[in-house]
Design a protein around this ligand. Sequence first.
Ligand SMILES: *Cc1c(COP(=O)(O)O)cnc(C)c1O
Length: 391
Amino acid sequence: MKEFRFETLAIHAGQKPEPVTGAVVVPIFQTSTYAQEDVGKARGYEYSRTDNPTRKAFEECLASLEGGKYGLGFGSLKISRIACMYLLSPGDHVIVSDDVYGGTYRLFASVNARYGLEFDFVDTTQLNLIKKSTKPNTKMIWIETPTNPMLKLCDIEQIASWAKSKNIISVVDNTFMTPYFQKPLSLGTDIVAHSCTKYLGGHSDVVSGAVVTSDEKIYEVLKFHQNAVGAIPGPFDCWLVLRGMKTLSCRMRDHEANAMKIAKFLGGHPKVSKVVYPGLSSHPQHELAKKQMTGFGGMITFVIKGGLEDARTVLRNTKLFTLAESLGGVESLIEHPAIMTHASLPKERREELGISDGLIRISVGIENGDDLVEDIASALDKIPQRAEARG
Ligand SMILES: *Cc1c(COP(=O)(O)O)cnc(C)c1O
């Protein structure tokens, strides 16, 4: 269905009416096994770990949104990452963005590293630093762009073409932008990874992951391990993400419009020392954002001048922004990376990355944008005036 545009693919790719009943919506095929036509002759499905029609619809739809050939669903992005590790052998070296999602850092550094893989966490915004960290055994580069929570950007095209020249597999975690705003495969990346838990699902009601690739060899290895390891999402989880993806374009446009409004508000606020949002011209990589993204997303990071104590006041006083981890749902969330999502990073590492105690991350939802601005404004107003602040 390559000839159709994004919004059309989201609704139709992989989702023909069900042939027996004509059901317009892909049913939840809650079955583990399938009756076979004859001995040794299946109707296309044998066992749901290997394939399931609901999962297939979800995988095909996501692949088509990313402009890729093959999609593979997993129980979470964490599992997708483990699956990607099966492309490697003990002794191989992997370069990873230094301010990745805390759980990614923990998985690579504390779990995968025990099985003979070597990881280096590198500032992947700088190609020269990537080059410097490359070793003869480097076989994969795993980047997040924008990174989490500092929203630094990596030049996908530059990294992918360098990786290709060295026979290194490039992977982009596209969770923050989604294919609506960023298509890494079209920029030369080998694999796109998603936490579908976030924007793709979009309603904070499912945990699931996926990868997309157009490389047949990579697909064969991942497909083998998806079945062999069995870390698959259930049919209902696939159905929820498939349903979520239908409205992805509308939601992403609203997330972004609200985020822009809030970022501008925060930028002019006396109690905020810094706002990081790729859509602001103050973002150091705003030009790259405009080059490789078609929008700026719904995530904002900002720093409260007064540090931890004042950040706590803000976190405790929003009424619409719920204090919670995760992101990408229709509802707005607020969190404190140093204490919450990035607590698994050692303190020195957090400080190196700029994840200070006054730093807050928000996932801007699709409520009314003015209501959201007023909510943040009133929480900021609760910060007590101090002598030094009055100056
Ligand atoms: C949430 C998130 C993950 C983890 O996803 P799971 O599906 O919970 O494994 C990884 N990367 C990013 C950027 C995320 O936001």
